[in-house]
Write a protein that binds this ligand. Sequence first.
Ligand code: PMP
Length: 364
Amino acid sequence: MARVLNFSAGPSQLPLEVLEKAAAEMTDYGNTGTSVMEMSHRSKAFEGILHKSKDDLRKLMNIPENYDILYMQGGASTQFAAVPLNLLGDKDAADYTDTGTWADKALKEAKKYCNVNVVASSKAETYNHIPDLDKSKFNPNAAYFHFTTNNTIFGTKWNKLPETGNVPLVTDMSSCILSEPIDVSKYGLIYAGAQKNIGPAGLVVVIIRKDLLELSKEKAKTMTPTMLRYDICAENDSMYNTPPTYSIYIAGLVFEHLLKLGGLEEMKKRNVAKANLLYGFLDNSKMFKATVRPQDRSLMNVPFVTGNEELDDKCVKAATAAGMINLKGHRSVGGLRASIYNAMDLAGVQTLVNFLEKFEKENS
Ligand code: PMP
C-alpha cells in the first residue's frame, strides 16, 4: 500500500528518508553484520551512534556548553515526577501553569511532592488560549516555573516566554521541539517525549542546565528512583542501564536529516508556510472554524470544528477514505485536528486543504 498522509498527534509521521535509511541498515549496520537493535550498548558502534546523535542535537538547537543532553525513558509523563523530585532542592513549592491536559497532569503529579502554585489557567474556556500572567501571583520562593510550550490537544502555544527572574523555567516541549529555533539559555530544563518531532515513543530528551544537574546531585529527594536522577543519568552518559538503543538511533537519523535540510531556521520557514496555508483556509471558510485565537495558535497542532458533530464525523471518514488519517479531534475539543509536525510537508497540507475545500463545496 502507498504511504498515507498521517496527521496523528503522536506517534506521528517520520521523514521517509529516515525510514528508508533505517530499513537499508536494518540487518547490517555499518558493516557490523548486526542490526542496531542487536548490538551491545557498550560497543564502539553504538557509542558512535549515541555521541553523534547528541552532537547533532546540540548543533541543531545551538545548545550551550553549560547544558547537558540526557536520554531518558518512560515518556514525557515520567518527567512530570522527575522534575520535582530532582529540582526542588531545599524548597517546597513550585509554580505551574494550567494550559491543557498535559499541563494539568504535570501539576497533579508535582502535587505529590510539593506545594503547587497554579499561576494561571485557561481550563474554564476549554483551554482555547494561553492565559495572561499576573506576576503578583508568582511565588518568589518557587523552585522552578513549569509550563507546557505547545499544548498538543488544544493547539495553543506560548509565543512569549514567562519572565520569572531567577526562578528557572522548566518546560514540556514534547509537541514543538525542533519545529523552530529557540534560545536554550533562557531555560533551566527542557524535556520532550520523542514521538512527534524526534522518533519512537518512550524515549525522552532532557536538556538541563548544569547547575540544576548539581542541584539534583546534592539535593534530589532521597526517595527518587535511581533511574529518574538527572545527575546519575548524566554521569553515566545516559547509559546507567541499557538505554533504548534503537530509539536513540532513529532520533539520531532524524537530527542528521534536519541538519541536512538546513536546520531549525529552515524548519521554521516550512512550518510557518504550512500553518499559514491551513489557518488561512480555515479563517476564510464558512464551514470550518479554528478553535484557537490567532496570537496563541500552534504551528504543530491545528484543531478545527464545523459546529456539527455529524458533519465533523463525516469529514473525518471521507478524509480517511482519501488517504488522510488521524484527523479526528481529541474528545475534549471534538471536531478535527491536523497535526502537522516537521515530517509533514507543504504538499501534504495542500492536499488536506484541497480536500477540505471540496468537502465544504459538496456539503453546504
Ligand atoms: N506532554 C505533551 C505536550 C504531550 O503531547 C504528551 C503526549 N501526547 C505528553 C506530555 C505525554 O507523553 P508520553 O505519552 O510520552 O508520556
